[in-house]
Design a protein. Structure first.
Length: 280
């Protein structure tokens, strides 16, 4: 039901009788695999979909449900695969909390540099930009973990739909203006629940305080890139605050209850295989 509500809200931005025209700037890896199933459903409803991705990627392939446009990047598939797999291994490896944060920050910086380079190559590709500017899209669908799609949405002056699991340092909650008190909302990677002991709350507050330095530093190159491309100063929070709809691949069953804004719609399970209902 929640997935249906999310897709309905998404389709409301593409409500022309002859089908809407959607620009998709995806995130690679498992992020893309969930998004692809939505694009296939939209394609069957006769919406025109253009997916823009770097020539070197792991999972984004052509399909009969959308048009794939690629652009060159100074990277090999082997380099990309090694960096992504190394980051994924560290993400799930059991370590003491501080070691885990330090290691992930180092690997996240490498991944951030790769995606920054890819985004910069897209925005400065004159032929691709000329094509996108002349295509008259109705909306942009993107995963804002890499804000390249949102930069495109502001440049083209069209609405943006975010399709995501979550963002580092609760950038999603900040941009959508959701209440996010560290005494009650556990920070990412702590493993805490919404019922925390006093020491867990202290740990939560300390991590919240460190986010400004860790995430702002990691996303600073994107802020400079966006400011240069849009010809005005812009922050990560301001970039994301323009999102029209947030489709979040999560559910209270696996997370914890939290206050959200009306344009945040939970679509947990969209990436799960369809199975027959259990017998009575």
């Amino acid at each position: 039901y929640l997935v249906s509500v999310g897709v309905f809200a998404f389709l409301s931005l593409l409500c022309r009788s002859d089908g809407g025209k959607l620009l998709v700037v995806p995130m690679d890896g498992s992020h893309w695999l969930s998004m692809r199933s939505v694009l296939e459903a939209l394609g069957r409803r006769e919406h025109k979909i253009v997916v823009v991705a770097p020539e070197v990627n792991l999972n984004v392939k052509p399909s009969g449900h959308y048009t794939l446009k690629t652009y060159p990047v100074p990277l090999t598939r082997e380099e990309l695969g090694a960096s992504v797999h190394s980051f994924a291994n560290d993400l799930f490896e059991r370590r003491p909390f501080l070691q885990r944060i330090t290691k992930l920050y180092e690997k996240a910086q490498v991944i951030s540099d790769l995606y920054f380079s890819s985004c910069s190559n897209l925005l400065h590709n004159k032929d691709m930009m000329q094509y996108l500017e002349g295509s008259k899209f109705d909306a942009v669908l993107t995963d804002p973990v890499v804000p390249c799609g949102q930069i495109m949405a502001l440049h083209l002056s069209i609405p943006s739909i975010f399709f995501l699991r979550g963002l580092p340092c609760s950038f999603d909650l900040q941009a959508a203006q959701c209440p996010d008190p560290p005494s009650y909302v556990p920070r990412t990677l702590t493993g805490n629940s919404d019922h925390m002991t006093f020491m867990q709350r202290v740990e939560n507050l300390l991590l919240k305080s460190s986010e400004f330095f860790l995430c702002n530093f990691a996303y600073l190159p994107f802020e400079h890139l966006a400011s240069d491309f849009l010809h005005r100063p812009v922050t990560m929070k301001e970039l994301l605050s323009h999102g029209s709809i947030w489709l979040k691949r999560m559910d209270f069953v696996f997370e914890y209850p939290m206050p959200v804004m009306p344009n945040i719609i939970f679509i947990g399970g969209v990436n799960c295989g369809q199975r027959k209902p259990l017998s009575q």
